[in-house]
Design a protein. Structure first.
Length: 312
């Protein structure tokens, strides 16, 4: 148990942050965002959905971990909705990776790479007037090529395709307190409990990206960070109104249902991890790595100790 005095001190600090005296906006995780104004919420009007919607989300799983070496898999799922019906459900190709040989490469970066490849395919396949949704934001990993997103945005603009990214859990802050939660409370107090709304937050010069916070459905408990690309930065309300029309699913109110389908497809559930690990063990056995060598290399020794296991 924590000392009562230290826990009380932390609670006092959190209370002061959540009181909201400081209204300065920031991103503690660091980024090139240029913050706009004071994040005032404004009503959002729902309009007709886009002619079609593509959604991309990535998944990953760790199969074996020796700390100095890791074996993992990634994939990027793609879905396509037309006239409210799902026309394509593609869970994506599973790619295996050996991590630890290059200190500059990790699993998150490899998953992001797979996602951007799938996003590019969706942009190239979408009909003019279509919407392409990305899980996360439009700020790529710092290790990605500098022109990756700007070039993709240019392609989307040329094809009259809308490129939007949605972050489920944002690091944006107001006075070092979670910005999204504070705006949710502000909007409920000023606009009412069942109002859809949006607030301009920041922009990125590269790619002409606008960053907003929006609540997309009257029944939604949560709002999300949304990045809008290219020409959309000049009229966020128009595309947010379209996005709202895709966010009325009863299971996930306020979150675009095409992305929820992509998220489900991209996930690597326990049965899949077990199946892939069995295949890996068979392949290692064929390569001459016996079971004892595999166990000593990849055993989770913390788990052995926690459950009172003994080492051979």
């Amino acid at each position: 148990m924590a000392e009562t005095s230290s826990l009380a001190a932390v609670a006092t600090q959190v209370a002061a942050l959540l009181a909201g005296a400081d209204v300065s906006l920031s991103d503690p995780e660091g980024s090139d965002l240029v913050f706009d104004g004071d994040a005032v919420t404004r009503p959002l009007v729902r309009v007709d959905p886009p002619v079609e919607c593509w959604a991309v989300d990535g998944g990953q799983a760790l199969l074996a971990d020796a700390r100095c070496l890791q074996i993992a898999v990634t994939r990027a799922a793609t879905v396509r909705f037309q006239h409210g019906a799902c026309a394509i459900e593609d869970p994506g190709q599973i790619d295996a990776h050996l991590l630890g040989l290059d200190p500059g490469i990790d699993l998150n970066f490899l998953r992001d790479q797979a996602e951007w490849v799938a996003v590019a395919r969706a942009v190239d396949s979408a009909e003019p007037g279509g919407l392409v949704l990305v899980d996360g934001d439009l700020v790529p990993d710092w290790r990605a090529p500098s022109g990756l997103v700007p070039e993709l945005i240019d392609r989307a603009v040329d094809r009259h395709v809308t490129l939007v990214a949605i972050t489920k859990h944002s690091s944006l802050a107001r006075g070092r307190a979670p910005l999204v939660g504070m705006l949710e409370r502000d909007a409920e107090a000023t606009l009412g409990p069942r109002t859809t709304w949006w607030a301009p937050i920041a922009h990125l010069e590269v790619g002409a990206i606008a960053v907003v916070i929006a609540r997309l459905d009257p029944d939604a408990r949560f709002a999300f960070r949304i990045d809008l690309a290219g020409h959309l930065a000049t009229d966020p309300a128009a595309v947010l109104g379209q996005l709202s029309a895709l966010s009325d699913d009863a299971a996930f109110p306020g979150y675009p249902y095409p992305l929820s389908v992509a998220d489900r497809l991209a996930a690597c559930p326990s049965w899949l991890r077990h199946e892939l690990r069995s295949q890996l063990d068979e392949l290692l056995d064929l390569a001459g790595v016996d079971e004892d060598a595999r166990e000593r290399a990849f055993a989770d020794r913390h788990r052995f100790l926690e459950r009172g296991g003994a080492f051979a």
